[in-house]
Write a protein that binds this ligand. Structure first.
Ligand code: HEM
Length: 403
C-alpha cells in the first residue's frame, strides 16, 4: 500500500534567491531523502530516481504549465500556444521524435564545426587586442544565433532579424507576460511567416541544411506537415539559444577559478569533450526540469495523485556520490563514472540538440582558452535570478593577456 505523497514527512527545499544556497540546500536534502517538498510540488533529488521519473512516460512535460499557470497571460495568448515537441506526449511525441531525430545527428552538428570556429574567432577578434571582455555579453550572448541560422539555412543577411525574434520569443520564460506579451506575439508571428517562406523555398530548391532534411524526412509514408516544420524551427530557437549561451558562460566562469585547467585546454584541445561533460555536470545551465503526473503514479511506495508536479533536479543528481566519486571535485581529465551527466535530461525528451550543443561548446572552449591566456576576473559576475529555467551569467567581466 503506497503512502500519498502529501502525508510524507519530507525535507523542504524552497526556491531561494541565491543559487549557491539553493544548491547546498538541495544537496543537503538529498543526503536525507530522495524526495523533497517545495513551494510548488516536489523535487526529485537523486540520480537513479531522476532518471526513473524522466524515463517514465506517465510523467508528462510541465512546459505547457509555464504559460497556463501565469495569471498575467491572457486567454487569447494561452490559446495561441501550439503544441511543441517540448510539450507533446504519447504517440504524438513518439511520431515527431522519430521523424526529426535523424536530422539532429552528430554528423550534421560536425558539419557546422568550421562555422562555429569562425563565429567564435570573429567575436574574440573584437576584444583580443584590448585584453578585456565581458564574456557573457561579448561572446556567449551572440554565439548561438548564427549557428542556428547556419543550421537552418537562413541567409546571413537575416541573422539580425532572427536574433531579435529569438530574444523576444524567449521572453516567454521570463514570467513577465503583462509587459512582454506584445513583443512575444510579434516575434512569433514574424518568425512564423519567415519560416513558412523559407520552407516554401527549400521545397523547390533543396539544400544541405536542417530544414531541407526535416522536409525530406519520411518514415513509412509519414512526413512533417508545414505546421509541424514551423513548430520545429521555433523549438530549435527556444531550446537551442539561451541554453548554449548560458552553458558556455557557466563553463568559462568555472574555469576562471582553475587556471591550470584553462592552460591545459589551450594546449590540448582534444580534452575539450571531457571539459564539456565535467563543467556541465557541476555547473549545468538547466538545473531542473518539470513533470506532471498524467494519472495516479506509484513509485517507491509513494502515491503521486494525478496532477502532482515534480521537479527532477538534474543539478543534485549530477552530484550524487553513488554515481560520481568525490562528486563535488572538478576533474575534467580523469572522471569516468560510466554514467552520463544529466544536464541534457534523460528519457524521451532527452535534448534533441545535444550533439549540436556539445559541438558548440567543444569548439568554443579551447578557442577561448587559447586566445584569452591568463584569464582572470576584473569584476564580480552577475547572474540570472536563481529560479530561471535556464541559468547563467548575464555579465562576466574578465581580463587576459592581449593576443
Ligand atoms: C548546453 C545546451 C543545452 C542544454 C543544457 C539543453 C538541455 C535540455 C534539456 C534538459 C532538455 C529536456 C527537457 C525535459 O526533459 O523537460 C532539452 C530538450 C530539448 N532541447 Fe536542449 N539543451 C541544450 C541545447 C539545445 C540545442 C542547441 C537545441 C537545438 C538545436 C536544443 C533543442 C532541444 C529540443 C528541441 C528539446 C525537446 C526534445 C523533446 O522534447 O523531445 N537544445 N534540452
Amino acid at each position: 500500500m503506497s503512502t500519498p505523497v502529501g502525508e510524507l514527512d519530507l525535507p523542504f527545499v524552497g526556491f531561494g534567491d541565491d543559487r549557491n544556497e539553493r544548491l547546498v540546500a538541495t544537496l543537503r536534502a538529498a543526503e536525507q531523502s530522495w524526495l523533497a517538498r517545495g513551494e510548488i510540488g516536489y523535487t526529485v533529488l537523486r540520480y537513479d530516481d531522476v532518471v526513473a521519473v524522466l524515463r517514465d512516460k506517465r510523467w508528462h512535460s510541465a512546459v505547457p504549465l509555464v504559460v497556463e499557470m501565469s495569471a498575467e497571460a491572457t486567454p487569447e495568448f494561452k490559446m495561441r500556444r501550439r503544441e511543441s515537441i517540448l510539450s507533446a506526449e504519447g504517440d504524438t511525441h513518439v511520431r515527431l521524435r522519430r521523424l526529426v531525430a535523424p536530422a539532429f545527428s552528430p554528423r550534421r552538428a560536425d558539419k557546422l564545426r568550421p562555422a562555429m570556429r569562425e563565429v567564435v574567432n570573429g567575436l574574440v577578434d573584437r576584444v583580443a587586442s584590448s585584453g578585456t571582455a565581458d564574456i557573457a555579453a561579448d561572446v556567449c550572448e551572440p554565439y548561438p544565433i548564427p549557428i542556428i541560422c547556419e543550421l537552418l539555412g537562413a541567409p546571413k543577411a537575416d541573422w539580425e532579424l532572427f536574433s531579435r525574434w529569438a530574444t523576444d520569443v524567449l521572453r516567454v520564460f521570463d514570467n513577465n507576460f503583462k509587459v512582454d506579451m506584445p513583443a512575444i506575439i510579434a516575434a512569433q508571428d514574424g518568425l512564423d511567416l519567415y519560416t513558412r517562406n523559407l520552407i516554401a523555398d527549400r521545397r523547390s530548391k533543396p539544400r544541405d541544411d536542417l530544414l531541407t532534411d526535416l522536409i525530406a524526412m519520411e518514415e513509412a509514408g509519414d512526413r512533417l506537415t508545414t505546421e509541424e516544420l514551423v513548430m520545429m524551427v521555433e523549438a530549435v530557437i527556444v531550446g537551442g539559444t539561451d541554453t548554449t549561451r548560458n552553458q558556455l558562460g557557466l563553463a568559462v566562469d568555472m574555469l576562471i577559478d582553475h587556471p591550470d585547467k584553462w592552460g591545459l585546454l589551450a594546449d590540448d584541445p582534444t580534452t575539450a569533450p571531457r571539459f564539456v561533460e565535467e563543467t556541465m555536470r557541476l555547473n549545468g545551465a538547466v538545473r531542473a526540469t518539470g513533470r506532471v503526473a498524467s494519472c495516479d503514479i506509484e513509485y517507491r511506495g509513494v502515491l503521486f495523485p494525478a496532477g502532482s508536479i515534480v521537479f527532477p533536479a538534474l543539478a543534485s543528481a549530477n552530484r550524487d556520490a553513488s554515481v560520481f566519486t568525490d562528486p563535488n571535485h572538478f576533474d575534467p581529465t580523469n572522471r569516468d563514472s560510466g554514467q552520463p551527466q544529466l544536464t541534457f535530461g534523460s528519457g524521451i525528451h532527452y535534448c534533441l540538440g545535444a550533439a549540436l550543443a556539445r559541438a558548440e561548446l567543444q569548439e568554443a572552449l579551447p578557442l577561448l582558452a587559447r586566445r584569452m591566456p591568463n584569464i582572470r576576473r576584473t569584476a564580480e559576475p552577475r547572474y540570472k535570478i536563481a529560479t530561471a529555467g535556464v541559468f547563467g551569467p548575464t555579465s562576466l567581466p574578465v581580463g587576459f593577456d592581449p593576443t
